[in-house]
Design a protein around this ligand. Structure first.
Ligand code: KE4
Length: 430
């Protein structure tokens, strides 16, 4: 097992002052039995840790780095704005420009509000939906993660699933009483719940492509069913596109599957790696948001000029001809190569992919739900993670996360990753 002395020293210091030594739980790598590496810098598809080791990065800051790290357009956009200052607490031209780029990419949105994280976006969208409908209950789906607002911490995916916490201490029962969590891709259960209670449901919020239980695509007809049933009952359909937005297509999952949600939430890519979230929707809904309407939501650093500049530069790059076609080709090569590596070594592994989001489950059954995802061999996944890290492949430290391919990943990166996986799988199968 390789050693990482500088990361180890930093981690010891961090643990004295920061809970678990990290500023977000999943980064602690607890479910894969290692200590986290501290990253010194990143360029393109590579990360370099505090000890100078270089890795091929498939986390991409958990989604934002679709261009690859330190893209010249993003860096120069940030440098240009820095000359003007860092934060004004007042409207700035860059907010208008990013809003225009979001509305152009996502036709279902008439108006958008910038915030500073995906959690702020989804939390605000739920409040708006409750305010507009006058209803309290929301529906989410098992294995989907929508950030850490109280209403969502019910059998969530991502860190909560990895930590095995169904909900979390500190979340009042009175709040959770208004959240129903149903099986993802289970159209029958959803339809029967809507038949019974639809008229009292404020909103259904969904990851149209689930990326927080590992990668689970929507079953045929699932998203259409959500749209039909919510329309029937005056329930708002909210697409949480924090991960899928500008990722699975320029128009996100709603563009890929041609669904017209009432509201959409964004994060990650929309800020190009800086703290930006956004929520938007139809005019009659968003006009209810303060100060235009009565539903309150605010933020000191919302629309921060530097963050806006990074988002604008990123959305301009992904808007260039051929961007997604090239990303699709690289992502398909990775998924195909990993699948072949599993076959060559007799490893039980299921590969799911939507665009440049890839999920590998160490199980022998199709994975179309959170329950199916949980049949994966978590112990084996932890070994796979550690051995891939030893081979300088930097994966998400949890079975319940997705891999992200960027425009910076080269054919050589993919070939090296597949070769590493085949070598790890054969070691694990011995
Ligand atoms: P943030 O508050 O972390 O910016 O966004 C919350 C969020 C909302 N919706 C979806 C679909 C998300 O995937 C996320 C955050 N994703 C996780 C990774 N699975 C962030 C990583 C972390 O928690 O450190």
């Amino acid at each position: 097992m390789k050693t990482y002395p500088k990361s180890a020293n930093l981690f010891e210091r961090a643990k004295k002052m920061i809970p678990g030594g990290v500023n977000s739980p999943v980064r602690a790598c607890r479910s894969v039995g290692t200590d986290p590496l501290f990253i010194d810098k990143a360029l393109g598809s590579k990360l370099i840790d505090a000890d100078g080791n270089e890795y091929i990065d498939y986390i991409g800051s958990w989604g934002p780095m679709i261009l690859g790290h330190s893209h010249p357009s993003v860096i120069s956009a940030i440098e240009q704005v820095l000359k003007r200052g860092t934060s004004f607490g007042a409207p700035v031209d860059l907010e208008v420009e990013l809003a225009e780029l979001v509305l152009e990419a996502v036709p279902a949105i008439d108006k958008v509000r910038m915030v500073s994280s995906g959690t702020e976006a989804t939390m605000s969208a739920i409040r708006v939906a409750r305010g507009v409908t006058g209803r309290n209950t929301i529906i989410k789906f098992d294995g989907c993660y929508h950030g850490h607002a109280d209403s969502f911490l019910v059998s969530a995916g991502s860190g909560v699933a990895t930590l095995g916490i169904a909900g979390s201490p500190g979340v009042p029962e009175s709040v959770i009483a208004h959240t129903m969590s149903l099986p993802y891709n289970d159209m029958e259960t959803f339809t029967s719940v809507m038949d019974k209670s639809g008229d009292s449901i404020a909103a259904v919020i969904v990851e149209a492509v689930a990326g927080n239980m590992g990668l689970v695509p929507p079953a045929d007809g699932f998203l259409e069913t959500l749209r039909i049933e919510t329309s029937k009952h005056g329930t708002l359909l909210i697409f949480d596109e924090v991960m899928t937005g500008f990722r699975v297509s320029k128009g996100g999952a709603q563009g890929l599957y041609n669904i017209d949600p009432d509201m959409s939430c964004f994060g990650k890519i929309v800020g190009g790696g800086l703290p930006v979230g956004a929520y938007g929707g139809k005019e009659h809904i968003m006009s209810q948001v303060a100060p235009e309407g009565p539903i309150y939501q605010a933020g000191t650093l919302s629309g921060n000029p530097i963050a806006m500049a990074a988002g604008i530069a990123t959305l301009k790059e992904i808007g260039k001809p051929g961007f997604y076609e090239a990303l699709e080709r690289t992502s398909a090569r990775l998924a195909k190569g990993l699948q072949q590596a599993a076959v060559n070594t007799g490893t039980k592994a299921v590969l799911n992919r939507v665009g440049s989001m890839v999920g590998i489950f160490l199980t022998d059954q199709p994975v179309g739900s959170f329950d199916a995802a949980k049949t994966s061999d978590l112990e084996k996944f932890a070994s796979y993670y550690r051995k891939m890290l030893d081979r300088r492949i930097y994966l998400a430290p949890s079975q319940f996360e997705s891999l992200f391919v960027s425009a910076a990943h080269s054919d050589r990166d993919i070939d090296d990753t597949v070769a590493a996986a085949e070598s790890v799988f054969s070691e694990l199968s011995d």
